[in-house]
Design a protein around this ligand. Sequence first.
Ligand code: ACO
Length: 435
Amino acid sequence: MNDMPNGSVTITLEGTNKSIRAPLVQATVGPPVADIRKLYSDLGIFTFDPGFGMTAACESKITYIDGDQGILLYRGYPIEQLAESSDFIEVSYLLLHGELPTAAQLEEFKKGVTMHTMVHEQIRRFYDGFRRDAHPMAVLCGVVGALSAFYHDTLDITDERQREIAAFRLIAKVPTLAAMAYKYSIGQPFVYPRNDLSYAENFLYMLNAVPAEEYKVNPILAKAMDRILVLHADHEQNASTSTVRLAGSTGANPYACIAAGIAALWGPAHGGANEAVLKMLGEIGKPENIPAFISQVKDKNAHTKLMGFGHRVYKNFDPRAKIMKETCHEVLAELGIKDEPLLDMAMEMERIALSDDYFISRKLYPNVDFYSGIILKAMGIPTSMFTVLFAVARTVGWVSQWKEMIEDPSQRIGRPRQVYTGATSRDYREVAARG
Ligand code: ACO
């Protein structure tokens, strides 16, 4: 519980006798938030907050982050405990419903997900329309958006049962569509889901199996995949989740909203970072080149970022990165990879960066993506699929946040304001009259 004051803040417009009292909205944990909804009507001003770093756009009960302490809670449960003891399906239930399920509820939920893992046969034809060398994220954006053309019975967002089925469909079908995007890109036949496997096992199976031979899922790799899914499942109001909420606030259907989230996730500053980490490590090539690369990162004119480092919210450490680093060692040990140059380079880079004043003073620490790419590469997942996998995991977070928003009576269409700095009103001139 926080020890922040109750009450309000007074905002006074200097040079006038105008002021407002902005009530403080109390969070269960974390700082209170000044409710400035009357700012424009009473003072005639807006706030300026590029990137929304100081603005709470909604109330949420789903995920809590304390960036200074390195804390991440899903519905109050620490991420470390969930990564250690729970699994992705249970975490999905928790995110969606707010409580850990009883054994019966968990069974029912599992059934709800598995009975929706297949996609409409006609969706297969969508893939033929894409170039084989298309990025799987491009394909995933398209086909997830296209789900709204198939599942008309779940487009009425005012119907609770339809929202529930849409949630099941998205959680169940996104891995199938993601695996199909991968299979298409390598010219292999699509693999139908297997409902006797766990969520993570089934995903690995659909990615790796071929009809010509039996494929056995390695339980250690399935456990690692499950953990990656748990760690990425939600992260409060990040760019892609805010995109989902903004799209959803217009009343758009859930499939369209999740497609919008996938588009936002794709960028290298967000979900594309683990792909970018591997690209960066590949370009650096060998440990001897690390100091020169770090100098380049510190040179503002070089416009180079140390990918996998830094976070908008975590200014101490990213708790997910710690678990990811441990998982990385476990996976490499299981696969008998004793000498992985990329891991050696990543660890050396982390060591150098964490002792360099540039990174220390800016509170830049490894984020979740710094090690996840190395694990995925070791598991044989191609780089282009990294962000796709992130989208698979985050779908449940997006759906939970979308559902919470739709069920919130104070929800209204998202509509940020701007500081207009363009031309003032002027008259049109015919082309001949323009100098
Ligand atoms: N490498 C070098 N310098 C950095 C880095 C980095 N990775 N990240 C931030 N900085 C510097 C900035 O240049 C800035 O320096 P300045 O004060 O001298 O101008 C300072 O640190 C503050 O950075 P901001 O850009 O204000 O931080 P912001 O919160 O806006 O950005 C972000 C966060 C986008 C994650 C950024 O750190 C970044 O681009 N990191 C690399 C990409 C990455 O790993 N993204 C994954 C994020 S986790 C996720 O989405 C799952």
